[in-house]
Design a protein around this ligand. Structure first.
Ligand SMILES: [Zn+2]
Length: 216
């Protein structure tokens, strides 16, 4: 029997996701944005983690990851490292392709109080007809914040690090994060979900963020 996890949308509240800015609505900030008043130690750890994340322009972000066949210690180490990187980067999700590994592996934690979930070889079994627009960022696209339309609820079948089958039924923010990360495994970025005009603005925001990071 597969383990079934049900992840619901929750009321968002200020700081609920470990960010410094209060948000009115749940938001996928895979990249955490640039909270001004971040503790220097937290910021240093975040900057160090972000250096391990492949950025836009790296061809690996456009590659399709391949299914994992061996559920061994190497895989479990890979998952643990991805989880640590995601936490240090103050992200809510991370796909293996973002660290240059072409495995169909993703980790996410939509809310700080949740446990990290790792999905190996995830398959979207069902997506709701209902779709919703919501803000997203991406650790691989510094400075980019765009509205992306996604299915409001999903059911995913996957395996965990031990090879056990798991089914995740998610709605709201966790559903959004899962769709964002599965996209990464297929070489798809949030830039592919927006208009040409929005993409132009996103590219400009990315150049500005990179210039600002270079100046620090
Ligand atoms: Zn991303």
């Amino acid at each position: 029997m597969a383990e079934v996890q049900r992840l619901k949308e929750r009321e968002s509240r200020a700081g609920a996701r470990g960010e410094s800015e209060p948000r009115d609505e749940p938001e996928l900030e895979e990249d955490g944005s640039e909270p001004e008043e971040l503790d220097p130690e937290v910021r240093a750890r975040r900057d160090a983690a972000l250096r391990h994340v492949r950025k836009f322009g790296d061809p690996v972000l456009r590659a399709s990851a391949v299914p994992v066949e061996r559920f061994d210690d190497d895989l479990r180490v890979e998952i643990a490292q991805m989880g640590a990187l995601m936490d240090d980067a103050l992200g809510v999700g991370l796909a293996a392709t973002q660290v240059g590994v072409l495995h169909r592996v993703l980790v996410f934690r939509a809310y700080p109080e949740d446990e990290m979930t790792a999905l190996v070889n995830p398959v979207l079994e069902w997506t709701s007809e209902e779709r919703e627009l919501g803000p997203e960022g991406c650790l691989s696209l510094p400075g980019v914040h765009v509205e992306v339309e996604r299915a409001s609820a999903v059911r995913v079948r996957a395996r965990d690090g031990e090879g056990e089958e798991i089914i995740v039924e998610a709605e709201g923010l966790p559903a959004r994060v899962i769709q964002h990360e599965i996209d990464h495994l297929d070489g798809v970025l949030i830039l592919d979900h927006i208009s040409a005009q929005e993409r132009k603005e996103a590219m400009r925001a990315m150049r500005e963020a990179q210039a600002a990071a270079g100046a620090r």
